[in-house]
Design a binder for this molecule. Structure first.
Ligand SMILES: [Fe+2]
Ligand SMILES: [Fe+2]
Length: 507
């Protein structure tokens, strides 16, 4: 039985102030996509009862059955570890999907109604995380207006941030389900320490002055964030997972020789053969192929001009890796699925071109590797977050990833470069908090930690292209992050030189 998942579910419900009865837990552990079922349970239970019963789970499972019947990914619960020839079976069994970002149903009605449903779903999910925070005393809705005590708190989504012309204080416009409120953030105050991003959801404690015509002042800001003191799950024994991204197979700039070095390493023919033999999982965070028509005149950069042929070549490259590995792959903005996020997994006709040990998931997705929860997101949201965050840069991806965790959202900004899909559940919310958050898209490499979560930006296997040089992006290609799932320690395999090297990253 998957102890990781069990603990995970119990903690998840605890964080949402619910007690999971034993029968309910048993049913959930056997359910496909247990976290989707859990989210639905929380939704239905509301604040009515602190208990989640077996009957409640059974009811949700019944209602979700048509959804679970979609034959894309069959989650498999972990079984007891076996050795030797059973290694492949064990690796496959120790992989299961926790929650896929793409809910497989679009919001009904016209797109504009879909987007308002999406934003409402997002607001409610993040509001739920904030509601019980002690900093947000005397919590009220915006419609409740000015509290008689002179101080109160509001949870809202940031609609707009502007600077006052003379004093350079900021005025932040917040929306909740009941109305709109402008609040003042004084430039020297602690509340001004972290910039406010459009469409992020946060709580503010406010002080109202004597003059009812003046804006309330923000005294404290509370973001959804990762709970402090969280104990991250670990695999019961040393198991290694390799994190890659942005293969861009089909591009003239695909780094074939570097890829061959990675293949040799994983076959135990490079440095650290013992480490290589302990690898059970490979995760690829999108941009599997280079695609076609992704940017102007891309055809000049393509070695393979047909997108299906690019996936055939990807299949050939992945088949070079030992077949005991479970390879988890999600799409990116170069892949042949709808670019709006969340993106569905690659369709069956393309999956067909890939080896049988490849598990295709939506972008983003959260899954468990030997009890360790991983959220993988390709990272288109970086393109909006980096320009919006003062001091952020393409070369320092993990700083932005911290911010994603603080917001508990991977791509909050709507209407800019990241297209969002009008789906019924916001798949870009970070819930549960993973032990590992992996992204790609930036073609750089970063390893960092934030409140117990390992942050990885997983490099690329494409050389710098003219297009990237134009945008002033310096690639850090051919790096693989090898993570010990029992310790979350990271070893970097650098295949960019003619001789691959390994180095341990600081804990
Ligand atoms: Fe890419
Ligand atoms: Fe990308």
């Amino acid at each position: 039985m998957a102890t990781g998942l069990r603990e995970h579910l119990v903690t998840y419900f605890e964080e949402h102030h619910k007690l999971l009865e034993a029968g309910a837990l048993r049913l959930l552990l056997g359910a496909p996509q247990p976290l989707v079922v859990s989210q639905e349970l929380l939704e239905r239970a509301g604040s009515g009862t602190p208990f989640v019963t077996e009957a409640m789970v059974a009811e949700v499972l019944d209602d979700l059955r048509p959804l679970a019947a979609v034959p894309v990914v069959t989650p498999v619960l972990a079984v007891e570890a076996a050795d030797g020839a059973d290694a492949a079976r064990t690796a496959a069994a120790d992989f299961h999907v926790v929650v896929e970002g793409f809910p497989r149903s679009m919001a009904p009605g016209p797109p504009i109604a879909g987007y308002s449903a999406l934003f409402l779903a997002r607001f409610r999910a993040l509001q739920k995380m904030l509601r019980t925070r002690s900093t947000l005393s005397n919590l009220r809705t915006i419609r409740d207006g000015r509290p008689p005590e002179g101080t109160g708190s509001v949870i809202g989504m940031v609609r707009e941030v502007r600077e006052t012309s003379r004093q350079h204080h900021r005025i932040v416009t917040l929306d909740d389900e009941t109305g709109t409120l402008e609040v003042l953030v004084l430039k020297e105050s602690a509340a001004a320490g972290m910039p406010f991003l459009p469409d992020e959801t946060l709580g503010v404690r406010l002080r109202y002055g004597a003059d009812p015509d003046r804006l309330p002042t923000v005294v404290a800001v509370e973001r959804p964030d990762v709970p402090l003191g969280r104990v991250a799950a670990r695999a019961a024994r040393p198991r290694q997972a390799v994190f890659l991204s942005d293969l861009h197979v089909g591009s003239k700039a695909f780094l074939g020789p570097a890829w061959e070095r990675l293949v040799a390493f994983l076959r135990g023919e490079g440095p650290a053969p013992d480490l290589a033999r302990a690898v059970d999982f490979v995760v690829i965070a999108g941009d599997l192929v280079d695609g076609i028509g992704i940017y102007p005149h891309q055809e000049r950069d393509l070695a393979i001009g047909d997108v299906v042929e690019q996936y055939v070549e990807l299949g050939r490259r992945l088949a070079q890796l030992p077949d005991r590995l479970t390879i988890v792959a999600l799409p990116g903005n170069h892949d042949a699925v709808c670019p709006a996020e969340p993106q569905p997994a690659l369709p069956a006709n393309l999956a067909h071109e890939l080896p049988a040990n490849v598990r295709l998931l939506a972008n983003p997705s959260t899954f468990s590797l030997a009890g360790v929860t991983v959220t993988a997101y390709h990272g288109r949201g970086f393109d909006d977050l980096i320009p919006a965050l003062p001091g952020a840069s393409y070369g320092r991806p993990t700083e932005v990833m911290r911010r994603m965790l603080q917001m508990r959202h991977l791509a909050p900004i709507y209407g800019s470069r990241t297209p969002l899909a009008p789906v019924t559940r916001d798949g870009l919310i970070v819930d549960p908090v993973p032990e590992i958050l992996v992204t790609g898209h930036l073609h750089t490499y970063g390893v960092d930690r934030y409140r117990g979560t390992l942050l990885l930006n997983a490099s690329t296997w494409q050389d710098e292209t003219e297009y990237q040089r134009m945008r002033n992006i310096t690639a850090v290609p051919a790096h693989a992050a090898i993570v010990d799932l029992a310790t979350l320690g990271v070893v970097t395999l650098d295949c960019s030189g003619s001789t691959p090297t390994v180095r341990a990253e600081a804990a």
